[in-house]
Design a protein around this ligand. Structure first.
Ligand code: FAD
Length: 398
């Protein structure tokens, strides 16, 4: 299907994925119009980890100079057993790691990342953003153009549409016709000034305390001035099918067998809001003519590999590159993009689930996990090469 590139690419959704897609297309000189449902464009106020494959893309997109003052570089990724408080294993993020992957591993506040991406988009002449809240509800693909309909009755004409509306994407629902998979995992988060943290054992690292059916994560943000705290547990209420699930009673119950140092962390968690986690079963197609999906709408995964947003960044680079390569044949570009991304993103979704089970192991499985993890060679084991070496993607598309 041919598309007239005189019309813009319509990007439905202005989260991290939408911003990256828009920026990658605009940097190639293509016209982009972004439609975002929320009245104020932005992100929730917590942290996000950027492994080398994400760092490489932000560097390629020219966002790093604006972001650099706000990032924090942990010295290691450390796994600690939440029951006995002993270190299980670690990945040192020092010079050897940086030399191996070509880029460092950093952590950043989502708002800082989102703002840097939005600013970069707004500096592109071919980018436009609809400032009124636009809830995209449907589309019609005419072959050479796409009409996009919003809930307020407005319509937009584009050469193509990219659905980047996250887990509950209406575009996904139409193309793939599936539903998010409930996992029964519930997340609470909290951000506190670094001075409030009493246990300084891993204050310069990204630490994960792995407990039976639960885990807690800590790392610093905003140049190290605040501590991001995340507590996740498997809700017994969800497993029972109870309508009342995920409350703070379940949170404290889930962590009650953990070491005092882990239980103490719960006081940094805000009890005002929680997130019930879902992922999506890997699809075998997410393209319909001149309409395709990107980011969580295409392949939402659990957070255990800390790669969801990075996968959206990788998608964006491949998509923009394929659009340029295929000229006016947008459907061919979208299919080629999708086919390059299907297996990699399915692997992330699948391995994230497995890694979640490993993190939440109990009884004998926990002992086995700890023993096997202890046997790792912490100075020369690169089991995340398949993931972090995605940094090579930049060389392929450049
Ligand atoms: C606890 C947790 C920790 C995580 N940690 C990491 C991490 O460390 N590293 C990492 O890479 N990833 C991480 N992730 C995953 C990451 O947050 C997501 O993969 C990423 O935010 C997805 O971005 P997105 O733009 O595709 O979707 P979203 O962030 O969901 O954005 C979708 C956007 O579309 C808008 N929208 C929705 N519907 C419509 C509509 N109908 N019309 C117009 N606009 C619409 C929404 O308002 C929103 O702005 C984590 C996730 C969780 C839950």
């Amino acid at each position: 299907m041919k598309g007239s590139k005189d019309l813009p690419f319509i990007v439905a959704g202005g989260g991290i994925g939408g911003m990256c897609a828009a920026l990658a297309l605009a940097r190639r000189g293509l016209h982009v119009k972004m439609l975002e449902r929320s009245p104020g464009v932005g992100e929730i106020g917590f942290g996000i980890q950027m492994a080398p494959n994400g760092h490489a893309i932000l560097d390629y997109l020219g966002v790093m100079p604006a972001l650099e003052p706000y990032v924090f570089h942990p010295d290691a990724l450390v796994m600690v057993d939440a029951i006995d408080g002993k270190e299980v294993t670690r990945i040192d993020l020092g010079d050897q790691f940086k030399a191996h992957y070509g880029y460092s591993y950093f952590v950043v506040h989502r708002r800082d990342l989102h703002a840097a991406l939005f600013d970069a988009c707004q500096n592109e002449k071919t980018f436009s953003f609809e400032s009124d809240a636009k809830d995209v509800v449907s589309y019609e693909d005419h072959g050479s153009s796409v009409t996009v309909h919003c809930a307020d009755g407005s319509t937009y004409e584009g050469c193509a549409m990219i659905g980047v509306e996250g887990l509950h994407s209406k575009t996904r629902h139409r193309i793939v016709a599936d539903q998010p998979r409930p996992t029964g995992h519930v997340v609470y988060r909290g951000l506190v000034p670094i001075e409030d943290i009493t246990n300084k054992s891993y204050v310069n690292s990204m630490v994960i305390y792995t407990g039976p059916g639960c885990h807690a994560v800590q790392y610093r943000l905003r140049g190290g001035t605040v501590m991001n705290n995340v507590a996740t547990f498997e809700s017994p209420g969800i497993k029972r099918g109870s309508p009342n699930y995920g409350g703070s009673d379940e949170l404290f119950e889930a962590f009650k067998t953990c070491a005092p140092v882990v239980q103490d962390m719960l006081r940094y968690i805000s009890l005002e809001k929680n997130w019930v986690l879902h992922d999506l079963h890997p699809a075998s197609n997410w393209t319909d003519g001149n309409v395709t999906l990107l980011g969580d709408a295409a392949h939402a995964s659990l957070q255990y590999l800390a790669q969801g947003a990075i996968m959206a960044m990788e998608d964006s680079l491949v998509l923009a590159s394929e659009v340029v390569r295929h000229g006016d044949d947008i459907n061919a570009a979208f299919l080629s993009y999708q086919n390059q991304r299907l297996n990699r993103t399915a692997r992330v979704t699948t391995v994230a689930r497995i890694f979640g089970s490993i993190c939440h192991a109990s009884e004998g499985e926990r002992l086995l996990r700890n023993e096997l993890a202890h046997q790792r060679d912490i100075h020369g084991t690169w089991e995340f090469d398949w993931l972090y070496r995605g940094a090579n993607l930049v060389k392929q598309v450049a």
